[in-house]
Design a protein around this ligand. Structure first.
Ligand code: HEM
Length: 287
């Protein structure tokens, strides 16, 4: 039985031949990876279209421009996913599905941590290499990211001033921002949830009193407590991104003004302390 020293592969044993990939290929005329035929990896993911979108602009070519474009596009893809998850999380709160809202918020946290660490990739670029193409970017700036503003509005920081300041918005982008400004935020949905449990939530004092009640009665309100903690984590990681972004900006351009026309790092430093849920932070003082 062990005479040959090496066991025969199952495919060479009697009855096993049809399991070998090559044998299957001979039988079906299809090679490994081509099952199905109609839908392929590339066509399902629309890769020809996707991979045609990274188009460096600068002449003469600058090596790092491709990295710069790829990183920003990856951000926008994740922003799209975040808007999808956070909108559904908000909508799950209305019928009281705290478990669903929590699951999606926790997914958002993982994506957001990825977005913070993605800054490391861009920091492999030296300031000198960035300068090879930076001037050609003006007046384009991350400041004009519509999805980034949508995320801020949906999270709770609605500032219509950003919409009036963007003169180059398309009609579709302006509509999207207007819709986000008009619709409830994650925080509005959470307050609705408090009210639905008989906890008053009109005005900061009432909300704070209710948050303290939730925190002190975990046996009764644990899902509300955990959901508030998930909102706080969302807030915290977004703050980490702002702090990390301004560090990178200082590393790349020092205190030069931004391509979007702001003062650059001084403007961004002012944005770092922004908090979506100040009452959840203040709650700590009262526990
Ligand atoms: C070399 C890399 C980068 C530099 C030097 C840089 C620089 C700046 C500067 C100076 C501003 C202030 C607005 C202005 O005047 O332009 C800004 C804003 C902004 N940037 Fe960047 N940035 C970089 C990469 C990124 C990346 C990868 C993203 C990801 C999407 C991003 C997103 C944003 C956003 C959303 C704002 C607006 C922030 C706010 O208003 O709070 N930036 N950036």
């Amino acid at each position: 039985m062990f005479g040959g020293g090496v066991a025969s592969p199952p495919a060479t044993r009697e009855g096993g031949a049809s399991k070998r990939p090559e044998a299957r290929e001979q039988k079906t005329g299809k090679s490994f990876g081509e099952e199905g035929g109609r839908l392929t990896y590339g066509s399902y993911l629309r890769l020809p279209e996707l991979l045609a979108q990274q188009v460096p602009q600068v002449i003469p070519p600058a090596h790092d421009e491709l990295l710069f474009i790829t990183v920003h596009q990856a951000y926008e893809l994740w922003f799209k996913q975040l808007l999808y998850e956070l909108t559904t999380a908000r909508d799950a709160m209305r019928p009281g599905q705290t478990w669903r809202a929590r699951q999606l918020l926790q997914r958002a946290h993982v994506i957001e941590r990825l977005l913070v660490s993605q800054i490391d990739v861009l920091e492999t670029m030296t300031p000198q290499d960035f300068l090879e193409f930076r001037a050609a970017l003006a007046p384009a700036s991350g400041f004009q990211s519509v999805q980034f503003r949508e995320l801020e509005f949906l999270s709770g920081a609605k500032d219509p001033g950003f919409v009036s300041r963007f003169r180059a918005l398309t009609d579709a982008e302006r509509d999207r921002l207007a819709r986000r400004l008009a619709e409830p935020t994650l925080w509005d949905a959470y307050l609705g949830l408090l009210r639905s449990r008989g906890l008053p939530a009109d005005g900061d004092d009432e909300v704070l009193t209710s948050l303290v009640a939730v925190a002190r009665d975990r046996a009764r309100h644990d899902d509300l407590w955990q959901l508030a903690e998930d909102l706080l984590t969302h807030d915290e990681i977004c703050g980490l991104w702002r702090a990390r972004h301004v560090q990178m900006v200082e590393r790349q351009i020092g205190t030069k003004s931004g391509t979007g026309g702001s003062t650059g790092a001084p403007y961004l430093h002012k944005r770092v302390p922004l908090r979506y849920y100040p009452l959840l932070w203040e709650l700590r003082d009262w526990l």
